[in-house]
Design a protein around this ligand. Structure first.
Ligand SMILES: [Zn+2]
Length: 364
């Protein structure tokens, strides 16, 4: 029943996997990477989550039409943790936490996403949370390992660097950013800045270069610096941590998400496609999602991974494809990443529209 409903919502997945489609960028590409493997969907075990919770908490003390357990995540006196009608998600009416089987394992065992997936024997995630708009997990259950004092200093520093981006000394940095297709309003919105020289500022050692602050809700959790030269192009300010996704706070629950490799690609994708799709990045192809990132992605029915066409990008995309059936790898139509695609005259917004249409989403 689930699979039938799924297929009817995604008619284009049926029988089209070998068909050639024309996509923006001019080249003909096979669309094989878009098909959802039906066996993965039909073997989804509706009893999996309940069995998992029973093995953890025991039989539910309260059971009417729905089972209710005492919630292990808050001081629960009256059983308030239950399963959603599709039995693929758990939800606590007391503390508001919720998630699927993977989130349960990660929460309860403190294990990684990958370990949770391995424990579940690669059972697929539920592709469609029933009420994505009211999904209460986003913005909650977030790890706050960073130091609030560091965060305040980083915020001040990042603000100063953002102002300095309009100074004469930052001209080369501005030209570099504009050549990547980034518009001034995008740079302002995400507080992209410039640090003119290696220095200790507000107690933080920061190298010369373009500054990219990471935010979690409103707090700065990291500052990444794009250096003008050197082998390591990027350098994180000491004390940075990058929980969750860059641009993750803009994620609209229930929408598909486009995952790109780095911050500048993500900014370009966000600028072109934010009305169509969530756009975010883990910061690199080798980074793996932590719990916060999983919570940010949990309501996305479709995750399009468009990593660079190089070995690291391929390995990163393969990781995602192995992690959940909701992930589809997108080849970049031309160039190694979407910045090159844009620089060669590609239309990112049109490309995103075409990919969503291929995946059965009506263009917005
Ligand atoms: Zn609770």
């Amino acid at each position: 029943m689930e699979a039938g409903e799924f297929v009817s919502r995604f008619p284009s997945f049926r029988g089209e996997k070998r068909k050639r489609k024309r996509i923006p960028g001019g080249r003909r590409l096979r669309t094989r990477s878009f098909h959802l493997t039906e066996p993965m969907i039909t073997t989804a075990d509706e009893n999996l989550l309940e069995a998992l919770i029973v093995s953890d908490l025991g039989q539910p003390p309260k059971r009417g039409r729905q089972p209710f357990w005492l919630c292990p995540f808050h001081d629960d006196r009256n059983p308030s943790l239950t399963l959603t009608p599709d039995r693929r998600h758990w939800k606590c009416f007391g503390c508001g936490r919720s998630g699927d089987a993977i989130a349960w394992l990660m929460e309860r065992q403190g294990c990684s996403f990958k370990d949770a997936v391995a424990q579940l024997g690669n059972q697929p995630l539920s592709p469609f949370p029933r009420s994505p708009r009211t999904h209460p997990t986003l913005g909650r259950g977030v790890d706050r390992e960073f130091d609030p004092d560091w965060s305040r200093r980083a915020e001040t520093l990042s603000g100063e660097c953002a102002k300095a981006l309009s100074d004469g000394a930052a001209k080369r940095a501005r030209v570099w950013l504009v050549n990547r297709g980034l518009r001034p309003e995008t740079l302002v919105r995400w507080q992209i800045g410039y640090n003119p020289q290696d220095a200790t500022r507000h107690g933080l050692w920061i190298e010369r270069g373009i500054t990219i602050p990471w935010f979690l809700q409103r707090e700065v959790t990291a500052i990444n610096v794009r250096r003008p030269s050197g082998d390591d192009k990027y350098r994180l300010v000491k004390g940075s941590s990058r929980p969750g996704l860059y641009l993750g706070q803009e994620i609209v629950p229930g929408r598909p998400t486009l995952l790109l490799e780095g911050e500048f690609d993500a900014l370009l994708g966000w600028q072109a496609g934010r009305d169509l799709i969530n756009v975010a990045t883990l910061g690199s192809a080798t980074a793996r999602p932590d719990r916060t990132a999983i919570f940010q992605l949990i309501t996305s029915p479709l995750i399009l991974v468009a990593y660079d066409a190089d070995p690291a990008g391929k390995a990163g995309a393969e990781f995602w494809r192995g992690a959940t059936a909701r992930v589809h790898r997108l080849p970049i139509p031309s160039g190694k990443d979407i910045t090159e695609f844009h620089q060669r005259g590609g239309d990112i917004s049109r490309w995103i529209r075409a990919q969503l249409r291929l995946a059965g989403y009506r263009p917005v």
